[in-house]
Design a protein around this ligand. Structure first.
Ligand code: ATP
Ligand code: MG
Length: 414
């Protein structure tokens, strides 16, 4: 027997029940982001590999081992995007928007990372991302965080906490990193292999190691927030003041470091306890150096991204599409007439399924399975008199009436 064809490991189909939840997430995002005057962009899934190497950084998990890259027929090095910020910056520069004033963008779509698949950790997943170019903060930082908070409220999600940190800047981070490396090196023997690897390559990532014995070694580790330069300190204070003014609840967490190299100053995560190790549903921060890094003028920027699947897991089940009306045709002679009636009902805005003709018993059984609230029955007699018989399924009530009257009755009850 031929091998069963299945999705690639770690990649899932979006079936109707999934998509219904994803759409709720997307609608909430669109509604809230529009109130903050953000515009949607749709950017490519394929980008030059170089873009991610230069922006995300070679020492990160994403670039070192998670990207799906290939050489195409023309020898170009191409990669399925693992995230949306790098592509957004590329698009911003490519379109020459650096003098066009503040840009506020959001996007939704699939991202690809070859990670170890787990619940809430997929190899193709969807993100909604937000990027704002041309504002230095700190009040805009607070507003971006408030926007994330408003989005979660719009979705009706509670029991989610926001954690905030400052990652400093190229002026103060190197000195901090030196102290951190010193601290970590002293404890290297008690840190896991990955952490040991990171001490030299990406020491701040050691701080968010998930291994418990590593965390135990880090209790007295130096914290970036205590080593900020004056400018970063003033910025951080401004963010916190803005958050207080906007009534945004947050906790400081010096372990929030973000996996990507390009972040500076404000970094934050929004976390739920309901998804175990995959509890981060939204993450983001400021990345003032990235536009310049990719060849543009120095341009401050801030953004965040959320995992649609992870958020969807927090939402209650949605009912699938339920028709308002199922249409039953009694006898071959009314077949065409009833098809037209079904089309007419749809044109009047009612979700309608046609039960396919044949025996009355089979058609009623189908109407029942569909969960239709009303069944509209038409035989020769109804056709000749220009009426329909309408049965309300929950009460069993039945009336013979004109189509107009039937539509009105259904509209009243739905
Ligand atoms: P994590 O720490 O969970 O690996 P991350 O720091 O790699 O997340 P980002 O790159 O900041 O995550 O992406 C933002 C959000 O996208 C995450 O908070 C999460 O909700 C979602 N996300 C990231 N990777 C995956 C994945 N492999 N599967 C599903 N969702 C993901
Ligand atoms: Mg990750």
């Amino acid at each position: 027997m031929a091998k069963k064809l299945q999705t690639v490991r770690g990649i899932h189909d979006g079936l109707p029940a999934d998509v219904a939840r994803w759409r709720r997430v997307e609608h909430a995002a669109k509604a809230v982001f529009s109130r903050y005057a953000f515009d949607e962009v749709r950017l490519p899934l394929l980008e030059p590999t170089e873009l991610f190497v230069r922006s995300i950084g070679e020492a990160t998990d994403i670039v070192s081992k998670e990207m799906y890259c290939f050489e195409d027929q023309g020898g170009d090095h191409i990669c399925l995007r693992p995230e949306g910020t790098a592509g957004s910056v590329r698009a911003y520069l490519q379109a020459g928007l650096t003098r066009a004033g503040v840009q506020r963008w959001y996007y939704a779509g699939p991202m690809f990372r070859r990670e170890r698949p787990q619940k809430g950790r997929l190899r193709q997943f969807q993100q909604i991302g937000v990027e704002m170019f041309g504002v230095a903060g700190p009040l805009e930082d607070a507003e971006i965080l408030a926007m994330a908070r408003d989005f979660l409220a719009e979705l009706g999600l509670k029991n989610i906490r926001m954690e905030l940190n400052s990652l400093g800047c190229p002026a103060c981070r190197p000195a901090y990193k030196d102290r951190l490396v010193e601290y970590l090196t002293e404890r290297a023997a008690r840190l896991c292999e990955t952490c040991n690897d990171r001490i030299s390559k990406n020491p701040m990532r050691v701080l968010d190691c998930k291994v418990e014995s590593c965390q135990a070694q880090l209790t007295d580790a130096p914290e970036m927030v205590h080593h900020l330069c004056d400018d970063c300190d003033i910025h951080f204070t401004g963010v916190k003041e803005g958050l207080d003014a906007l009534n945004v609840d947050y906790q400081l967490n010096p372990r929030i470091v973000r996996g990507l190299d390009y972040y500076n100053r404000t970094a934050f995560e929004i976390i739920t306890d309901q998804l175990g190790a995959q509890g981060t549903v939204i993450a983001g921060g400021r990345y003032d150096g990235l536009v310049e890094e990719l060849g543009g003028p120095a341009t401050p920027a801030i953004g965040f991204a959320m995992g649609i699947e992870r958020l969807a897991m927090l939402l209650p089940d949605e009912q699938g599409a339920v028709p308002d009306v199922a249409v039953v045709a009694l006898g071959d002679s009314v077949k065409g007439y009833v098809l037209k009636l079904a089309a007419e009902l749809r044109s009047r805005g009612l979700a309608t399924v046609h039960c396919g003709g044949g025996s009355a018993k089979r058609q009623f059984k189908m109407a029942d399975r569909e969960g239709a609230r009303f069944v509209l029955v038409v035989g020769d007699d109804e056709m000749n008199r220009g009426v329909v018989t309408l049965k309300q399924m929950d009460t069993g009530e039945q009336h013979t009436l004109t189509l107009d009257a039937a539509v009105e009755l259904i509209a009243q009850k739905t």
